[in-house]
Every structure is written in C-alpha cells, then in structure tokens.
Design a protein around this ligand. Structure first.
Ligand SMILES: O=P(O)(O)O[C@@H]1[C@@H](OP(=O)(O)O)[C@H](OP(=O)(O)O)[C@H](O)[C@H](OP(=O)(O)O)[C@H]1OP(=O)(O)O
Ligand SMILES: Nc1ncnc2c1ncn2[C@@H]1O[C@H](COP(=O)(O)OP(=O)(O)OP(=O)(O)O)[C@@H](O)[C@H]1O
Ligand SMILES: [Zn+2]
Length: 447
C-alpha cells in the first residue's frame, strides 16, 4: 500500500533548514522506514500566483527544451519532472556515486499545513517573507539525510559533515561577452557578486572565498579556499555534528564562533589544532573522491556565457532579440548575427547546456566523515587517513539541490549578470580613482 503522510505524522518531522525553493525537514520519529531520512518540501513564492497548469506541467518551451531527456516531459507533474531531471540529465553527467535521486512520497494537505505552522517560528524572517510551503502539492521528496551515515556498522561513532556550496569554478572566455565586460575574464562571478550582495545588504562583508582555489586540484589552494570558507561561511559552508548544525548559518540558526567549533572537533580529531587538521581532511576528501572535477566539467557547459546564450533564447521564444535591438544594427550584423542564424536545434542545445550548467553552479556538496577504529568491520566507504594523528575516517559525499533551472529565468539571468558586472566595475573604478587621487595628493603634499 502506498504511504501517505497525514496531518498526524507532521509531529515526527522537524525543521532542518531551507533554501530559496525548498523547506527541509528531518525525521525524528521511530519508524524504520523514515529513520535517517529528510523530506524536501516545495515552497511557493508569496503573492506570486501559481496557475494549476504551471504546477502540473512544464512550460511550452521547457517541453521542447527537454523533449529528448528521458521522461521529463511526459511526467504527470512538475515534482516528478524535477526528479526525472536528476535521473535523466544530472546523474548521467555527474555519475550515480555522488547523487541520491530520492523518491517522491504522497502527502495530504493537512500534513503540509501542519508542517508550515510548526516550522514558522524556526524559519528566518527573510525566507518567511519570501515564500510559504506549497500546501497544494501532493508529494514531497524523501531522501537520505546526508548529514549522517546510515545506521548499521559503527553505530554510535560521531559523524561530522561539511556542506559546501562551491558556486562557479571557472572564468568565462566567450567572445560573445561585450568588450566593456572584459573584466569577467579576470574576476570570478562569485567575487563580483559579493560586491552587489554587500550593496544590497544581503551579506555583511565580502567573502574571502575564491571558487577557483577550491576547484584548482592543488592541495594548498584547496586548503586556502576552505580556510576562507571558515572565515566567511555565508551560505557556502555549514558543518553538522550528528545532523545538528555546529558551524555556519542555516534557517534561523547561526554559529560563527570558531573557538566553540574547535571544541566540538576535540572529540573527533585528537589534536590541539583541530581546525587545521579538519581543513586537511576536507581537502583530502575532495582530492581523493575527485568529486569536484566532474562538477566543473558540467559547469563549463556554459560555453558562450549568458551574453551569448540570451540571443539563442530570443530565437527560441520567437521574439525580436532585445539586445540586438538595443545595441543597434552594427552589433546585429556583427558578432551576434552568427548566433541568430543557427538552426533552432542548436539554439535549444545552447540554452539547455546553459541551464544544466546553472544547476551545477548552484548545487551543494555534503561530505561526511566518521572515525574508524582498527577493529571495525570492513567498511564499504572510502577511507582517509589524517597524516598528523594517524586517525582513519570513513568518508562519503553527496551532491544536493540538483534542481532544474527554469527556462523563463533566462532574461533574469542576463539582467542579473549585467547588474553584477556593473556594480563590480563601478567599485573597481572608484578604487582606481581613489588610488590615483591618493598618488596625486601624495605627490602634491610631498613637495
Ligand atoms: O544566481 P546566483 O548565483 O545568485 O544563485 C542563486 C542563489 O544565490 P547565491 O548567490 O548562491 O546566494 C540562491 O541561493 P540563496 O537563496 O541566496 O541561498 C538560490 O540557490 C538560487 O536558486 P533557486 O532560485 O533556488 O533556483 C540561485 O539562483 P540560480 O542562478 O542558481 O538560478
Ligand atoms: N539530503 C539532505 N540531507 C541533509 N541535509 C539536507 C539534504 N538536502 C538539503 N539539506 C539541507 O537543507 C538545506 C536546504 O536544502 P536545498 O539546498 O535543497 O534547498 P533549496 O531551496 O533547493 O536551495 P537553493 O536556495 O540553493 O535553491 C541545505 O542547505 C542542507 O543544509
Ligand atoms: Zn541578438
């Protein structure tokens, strides 16, 4: 008989955290079916009207875009289409080892309403303001809780999990980028976006993290990236001990005291400088599992940058290209005309690849460690040895949030990109001016 979560079951699920699109709840009850599991519950934007047709099917253009990708298009509703996207698009690219596609389970409206009520006090105000639980959904995604190891052997051993949102790990080199945006070839999207986020008060300080370091495959640079993530975790780093947050910001909870975090590490890493060793442990896991290499390749499916892709988008939606119109006939007959003269299948591939890359630029990675004792039975996990203490750890890694990015976000993507590069150029311009002024003033006062 198919399981349906009803209102009476809601008390067994407790708020874990959320992103922009999903609320995540962990199971706290005693049923073996759900032990060690979480559910991802879709949210719906507040004041945004969602038509019934929008909920149940892909848009017309999405159906064309994904027509050859497994059964995404024939899925009976959007939730199943999302799951098919992970199965038919992301797993073949990322490999199945690090992806848990999850299963959908049915829920009643009463369950969702109850979950919404119970989690309200734990949710951050900004997220509550932006979206509610989508109480009209009829299913949620059930997945393993990747912040713990499944119960079994080594039961009772502590588990530490680090969650990293690596963001885009390469610099674009597309010739379709406007000359005045050449700065994009030298400054990462992450670094530039930080400037805009600071202006918009979305972050309190500029992050020290550089995604190019994390993806570099160089041990020292990876350590540098992880240290920077600890210095400015924002939404790029979280650490869990046995499923509970101990460092970083999740939902309404925030832990940013590095000393308190190091105290937690003491029971896990038998060394004074636990943080340094933990950073090494994460670095070894990234290198040994090779888990970021494939992700980077998928991110690089964004070959021509949004400044090129947007032209293909207008051809697909059969609208006059707003960019070519804005920048005039010269540009139209210039470098963008080649994009406007390709067959529609090629335009579709360009946009499809861009959206797949967008998923890979936005997902997160959860890497878990559990100490292994010499007399522990054989483990099917990979093992990492920490050089400094000679301790051995089981390690596992999973990507989370491999959601399909909506086709109708393309114009938004282009506009956000321009906003990011403009605010960064402005900042760099102001700094140059200030530096020049300083030199001139120094020159003047020096004589
Ligand atoms: O555009 P970006 O790079 O800011 O990424 C968005 C994320 O912002 P970030 O910069 O990581 O804080 C953003 O994360 P937050 O809400 O800021 O935690 C979302 O992940 C968003 O994706 P979606 O709307 O949930 O599909 C992300 O949007 P997509 O670009 O992945 O669609
Ligand atoms: N399978 C899982 N196991 C453990 N924790 C999870 C799992 N899936 C999600 N989480 C936790 O819940 C948080 C929110 O989940 P998720 O990133 O899927 O939400 P989202 O709304 O899709 O995010 P985004 O804003 O990036 O689109 C994650 O940052 C992570 O801490
Ligand atoms: Zn154009």
């Amino acid at each position: 008989m198919e399981i349906i979560l009803e209102e009476k079951d809601a008390g067994d699920w407790s708020y874990r955290g959320e992103g922009a699109v999903n609320l995540v709840l962990a199971y706290t009850g005693s049923s073996p079916t759900f032990s060690g599991k979480i559910i991802r519950v879709q949210k719906v934007v507040k004041n945004g009207s969602m038509e019934e047709t929008e909920r149940s099917v892909l848009s017309k253009h999405e159906s064309i875009l994904w027509k050859d990708a497994g059964s995404i298009v024939t899925s009976p509703n959007k939730e199943i289409a999302e799951q098919m996207y992970v199965q038919s698009v992301m797993i073949p690219l990322l490999g199945s080892e690090f992806v848990d596609p999850g299963v959908r389970i049915l829920v009643s409206r009463g369950f969702l309403e109850s979950v919404e009520r119970d989690s309200l006090s734990k949710r951050p105000g900004s997220r509550v303001k932006a979206a509610n639980v989508d109480c009209c959904a009829d299913s949620v995604m059930l997945m393993s809780d990747h912040s713990v190891f499944p119960q079994g052997a080594s039961k009772g051993a502590p588990c530490i999990t680090v969650e990293i949102k690596p963001k885009c790990g390469f610099l674009p080199s597309s010739s379709f980028m406007a000359d005045e945006n050449a700065i994009k070839k030298n400054a990462t999207r992450f670094k530039m976006h930080q400037v805009l986020k600071l202006q918009q008060l979305k972050v309190q300080q500029l992050s020290k993290y550089d995604p190019l370091d994390l993806f570099s495959a160089s041990r020292d640079r990876i350590h540098e990236a992880i240290n920077a993530l600890f210095a400015t975790p924002q939404n790029n780093l979280r650490v869990f001990l046995n499923g509970s947050l101990i460092y970083g910001d999740l939902g309404g909870t925030k832990f940013d005291e590095i000393e308190a975090f190091e105290d937690h590490l003491k029971s896990f890493i038998h060394e004074e400088n636990g943080l340094r060793s933990f950073v090494h442990l994460i670095g070894e896991a990234i290198l040994k599992l090779g888990v970021l290499d494939r992700l980077l390749e998928i991110q690089k499916l964004d070959k021509i940058d949004v400044e090129g892709v947007i032209h293909a988008y207008y051809d697909i939606v059969s609208q006059p290209c707003k960019l070519c119109k804005k920048f005039g006939e010269n540009q139209q007959s210039g470098k963008y005309s080649s994009l406007h003269s390709i067959p529609v299948d090629e335009s579709l591939k360009i946009v499809r690849d861009y959206l797949i890359a967008a998923t890979a630029k936005d997902c997160s990675l959860m890497i878990s460690f559990r100490p292994r004792e010499d007399d522990d039975p054989e483990s099917h996990y990979r093992t990492i040895c920490l050089g400094s203490t000679k301790q051995r750890f089981d390690v596992k890694a999973y990507f989370i949030d491999l959601d399909m990015k909506p086709f109708n976000k393309m114009e938004f993507y282009y506009e956000l990109d321009q906003k990011i590069v403009n605010s960064y150029k402005q900042k760099v311009g102001v700094e140059h001016e200030a530096a020049n002024k300083g030199t001139i003033e120094g020159y003047e006062t020096g004589y």
